[in-house]
Ligand binder design. Structure first.
Ligand code: SF4
Ligand code: SF4
Length: 373
């Protein structure tokens, strides 16, 4: 394994680490984490919301006997419900339930606007609570933030001096945040990459256009991960493994570290610019958009639309595709018709995907008018 300093925190983090929002079962989580920890992965990014709340518990069960091998990172929000006192109590209760003595890091989730950052940093806010939890021994290393907003908010969060890490979406298909990675690294804030495979697209065996990313006995995830490993401004990338074999395959990307240079990275960027960019949405299935006041299920719908664009992309076949993916034809039609386009789901989407536009497209395909329930 390659280990990097997490900014100026003094913490050494494995360059490949665990994302924890895609476990298929507790058995799979345990097997994957065992294999990964054996390979030297030492950081897991979890949250209470992942896998309907089960991820946290499964991860805690998987690491309890090997607690010193791995850093456990949990998350919190920034609003009224996450004020300092409330947060401290909630974290203590969370750790008690998980039967863990401490978390290694707490990340303030979803810093997107100046207002959310100010709320997190306000006196008596989440960061105050996390600091107190750190003084109480419940948080070992410090506080990070996860980011989905504009650059000025990111820079302000880094400049606040309160955070040891920033978790950012970045990959070979989407390099929008590249300058921010350098900004954080130069100021001693570690950078952790989420969505390293572009919602899985970069690792898909059937995408011939990404063949240049394949390695010896390895699929295109090999090159996509090496692209990140070659970036000196990146501390770690969290990979959402869904099978033990994916841990082994990802570990192959660590081979020949001497080749992981800036010039290698530039070559991959150049090659990527030469291939047609994939169309369709890049839904990662994160589920952040799940609470629709009308009872629609945006994550299920958006994943169906993403897969339709990848595998079929033939308008006439959208209606039967959605029917098969969204609980049958009638349920799909009724659910779509309920959407009043309030925009709440789009606001929560970290990828800023045009959910309403996709809903409109599906409604047209299914012949649904606004009045048809
Ligand atoms: S835009 Fe539609 S799907 Fe999204 S939250 Fe509003 S009603 Fe639900
Ligand atoms: S549409 Fe956005 S928020 Fe919803 S599951 Fe997909 S990536 Fe996540």
């Amino acid at each position: 394994m390659i280990y990097h300093e997490l900014g100026a925190s003094g913490v050494k983090i494995s360059a490949l680490s665990f994302g924890a929002m895609r476990w298929q079962s507790e058995a799979a989580c345990r097997a994957i984490m065992e294999r990964g920890m054996d390979a030297g992965l030492n950081y897991v990014d979890t949250s209470t919301g992942y896998v309907d709340g089960k991820s946290h518990v499964w991860v805690a069960n998987a690491i309890r006997q090997r607690r010193s091998d791995i850093m456990f990172s949990t998350k919190t929000g920034y609003g009224q419900a996450h004020k300092a006192k409330i947060f401290e109590k909630a974290l203590a209760e969370r750790l008690k339930t998980l039967r863990l003595d401490y978390a290694d890091m707490v990340q303030v989730w979803g810093i997107e606007t100046m207002a959310t950052l100010e709320a997190a940093l306000a006196k008596g806010g989440t960061v105050d609570g996390a600091r107190q939890a750190q003084r109480d021994g419940l948080v070992r290393h410090g506080i990070g933030f996860t980011f989905h907003g504009p650059p000025e908010v990111f820079r302000a969060a880094v400049d606040s001096g309160e955070f040891i890490s920033a978790t950012v979406s970045y990959n070979l298909l989407n390099r929008k945040q590249e300058d921010l990675l350098a900004y954080a690294a130069e100021r001693g804030v570690g950078t952790i990459i989420m969505n390293p495979l572009g919602g899985g697209i970069l690792g898909m065996a059937e995408r011939e256009e990404f063949g240049f990313l394949r390695g010896p006995d390895a699929g295109s995830a090999y090159g996509a991960l090496r692209f990140l490993l070659a970036n000196q401004n990146i501390s770690a990338s969290i990979v959402g493994f869904s099978a033990v074999e994916e841990v082994d395959e990802s570990a192959r990307a660590l081979a020949q570290p001497d080749e992981l240079t800036e010039s290698y990275r530039r070559t991959l960027i150049k090659r990527m610019a030469e291939v047609p960019q994939p169309e369709g949405n890049f839904c990662t299935g994160c589920g952040y958009c799940k609470d629709c006041p009308e009872g629609f299920k945006p994550p299920k719908f958006m994943k169906s639309m993403r897969d339709f664009a990848r595998y079929i992309s033939e308008s006439a076949r959208l209606a039967p595709w959605l029917a098969s993916r969204y609980e049958g034809a009638q349920a799909a039609a009724e659910a779509l018709a309920r959407c009043v386009e309030c925009g709440q789901c789009e606001e929560k989407c970290p990828q800023k995907l045009p959910i309403i536009q996709e809903i409109r497209r599906a409604k047209t395909s299914l012949g649904i008018s606004k009045e048809t329930p």
